[in-house]
Ligand binder design. Structure first.
Ligand code: ATP
Length: 358
């Protein structure tokens, strides 16, 4: 287990592209950190700088109090699992698992014990003699993870390790990786663009966009307390609804819907008069019908999706679109007019210009 510090880390590629800007993060021993964000936001670049596969243009990377910028990957004590499993096709599962240790000249008995232990953790005991081509995608991925955990490392890095798996395998591997983390206790950094993976696996999540860290926090903090429109829209499925408008007489008005902002902002509402404000609410943050201490919203149902445990209801609110999550027993008819309520406490307001939370 290692304690990591990233201090003002920057990456400027040789072609001049500034891929990561002033990345700051303190990672506690044994913590499971997830970097999440859309394609191209700099997640892999940051991970590769931590791994020692990419040099750090500016800033300090510190492992257990020692500056590690110039250390090679081996010296840093990292193991990495990539998106492509990169197994040796001509070697059995056993040999794939053993390979790294064989290269290091580790004693055969020790290798045998370690391979068998890793296989047991990963449910691969019955597959040790098989060749990779005779395994499913999920099993191959487990061998790739096994190769990383078999060496006793302090830092475990994973770059989109589940992206080649189908939806069901992803769910299984998600919990397996969480369990492996619990057993090995290695400080882990995991890169994904999938917010569900981030929410279910992380101790803390780092949300990135265009090379900048947007917010760092526990899954709970990011969900309940997003700092800006981007984080609010990225975390949660279906995403938060946003209605953008200009404040007039202390309210946002869309057709016959009027949101009196003084209910949320009190006297501060005056500061936003004439300015653009984004009104956000989560699909699951509403109640069908009317309720006290809530904004009342009429809408027309355009589409419903019954998902079993809930129904997604697509509504038109004065020519603006929103998604509501409701109990399947309350699914409204398509084309019907409905009224729903958004409790004041479930409303998130953002400055329309800076997109920061108000
Ligand atoms: P993805 O999920 O698609 O892998 P990412 O968030 O991991 O995305 P990175 O791979 O870190 O993104 O890339 C960040 C940015 O840096 C991208 O705009 C990418 O095009 C750019 N980039 C990556 N490698 C290089 C390179 N060798 N030279 C120049 N630019 C690069």
């Amino acid at each position: 287990m290692a304690h990591l510090t990233l201090k003002n880390i920057n990456k400027i590629y040789p072609n001049g592209f500034h891929a990561v800007h002033d990345f700051n993060l303190e990672i506690n021993r044994g913590e499971f950190i997830v970097f999440v964000g859309p394609s191209g936001c700099g997640k892999s670049t940051t991970l590769r700088m931590i791994a020692g596969l990419e040099n750090i243009s500016k800033g300090d990377f510190i492992i257990d109090g020692k500056r590690a910028n110039e250390m090679g990957p081996r010296e840093r004590g990292v193991a990495m699992v990539f998106q492509s499993y990169a197994l040796y096709p001509q070697m059995s599962v056993y040999d794939n698992l053993a390979f790294g240790l064989t290269l290091q000249g580790v004693d055969e008995d020790v290798i045998d014990e370690k391979v068998k232990r890793a296989a047991k953790i990963l449910g691969l005991t019955d597959y040790l003699d098989r060749m990779p081509r005779a395994l499913s995608g999920g099993q191959r991925q487990r061998v790739a993870v096994g190769r990383a955990i078999i060496r006793k490392v302090e830092i475990f890095l994973m770059d989109e390790p589940l992206s080649n798996l189908d939806a069901k395998q992803r769910v299984t591997m998600r919990s397996e990786i969480t369990q492996i983390h619990r057993e090995t206790g290695a400080t882990t950094i995991y890169v994904t663009h999938d917010q569900t993976e981030a929410m279910t696996m992380a101790d803390r999540i780092v949300v990135m966009k265009d090379g900048y860290v947007q917010q760092i926090g526990t899954p709970r903090e990011l969900y309940f307390d997003p700092v800006n429109v981007f984080v609010a829209g990225f975390i949660g499925e279906p995403p938060m609804n946003f209605l953008r408008g200009t404040v007039k007489d202390g309210a946002l008005t869309f057709g016959q819907v009027c949101f009196d902002l003084t209910k949320k902002l009190g006297q501060d509402t005056a500061k936003y008069e004439g300015k653009e404000v984004v009104f956000g609410f989560r699909p699951e943050g509403i109640v069908l019908g009317e309720q006290a201490e809530a904004y009342r919203v009429p809408g027309t149902v355009e589409l419903t999706e019954m998902l079993g445990d809930n129904t997604n209801v697509y509504v038109d609110i004065a020519d603006r679109k929103a998604i509501l999550k409701v109990d399947p027993h309350d699914t409204p008819e398509i084309d019907s007019d409905i009224v729903f309520s958004i409790p004041y406490e479930n409303v998130y307001l953002f400055d329309g210009e800076t997109e920061k939370r108000i």
